[in-house]
Design a protein around this ligand. Structure first.
Ligand code: ADP
Length: 191
């Protein structure tokens, strides 16, 4: 008899610069069954982005209306734009047994844990140290000095929460960290 399809929820939380994008790119290619949530956003569509594929693009008024009608599982104001996860989108995939993967901040992860309890597993990825994080952010060369300072301040607060979650990985060496991540994901999907 087949097991009742219950979609798993995997949430990756990591301070900016800790290697989340690098690790997620590898993970998504090795685990193509993991479906990413399509978020709602009030930011302007960038070239190449498609409504319903990359994001659901809505106006601020539409967004606030949906938020007030409790249509979002979590929402946040990020750099002046609203972003949210749709309750209906997540529910429809979970009902079909599709495993979902999310990339959230600590606040978003906390909302999910509250709503889905053990059905949601949170994996926290940490840099070896704040000094190393700063070095990687500078080396990546994608942010202004001001943005780097904001990210470092946020990272400091996020790292305090590291041990509150289901799993944590130290991204010291990228291959070692990825091995650990993929075995945690395999374990979550198999149980
Ligand atoms: P995030 O998505 O968490 O902001 P990225 O994946 O963009 O982080 O990684 C930040 C920078 O650090 C990138 O330039 C990336 O190549 C580098 N990086 C990631 N993991 C490691 C590692 N284990 N050792 C050294 N550099 C790393």
């Amino acid at each position: 008899m087949s097991k009742k399809a219950i979609g798993k929820i995997i949430i990756i939380v990591a301070p900016s610069g800790s290697g989340k994008s690098t690790l997620l790119t590898r993970l998504k290619s090795d685990f193509p069954m993991l479906r990413e949530s399509v978020s709602y956003t009030t930011r302007t569509k960038r070239p190449g982005e498609e409504h319903g594929i990359h994001y659901f693009f809505v106006s601020k008024d539409e967004f606030l209306k949906m938020r007030d009608q409790n249509e979002f599982l979590e929402w946040a104001l990020v750099h002046g734009d609203y972003k949210a996860t749709s309750r209906a989108f997540v529910k429809s995939h979970l009902d079909r047994g599709t495993p979902l993967i999310f990339d959230l901040d600590v606040q978003g992860a906390d909302y999910f844990k509250k709503e889905f309890k053990d059905q949601a597993k949170v994996i926290f990825i940490a840099p070896p140290s704040l000094e190393e994080l700063e070095k990687r952010l500078r080396h990546r060369n994608t942010e202004s000095e001001e943005a780097i300072q904001v990210r470092l301040k946020n990272a400091n607060a996020e790292l305090d929460r590291m041990f509150d979650y289901d799993f944590h990985i130290m991204n010291d060496d990228i291959d070692r960290a990825y091995k650990e991540l993929s075995s945690i994901v395999t374990e979550i999907l198999e149980n």
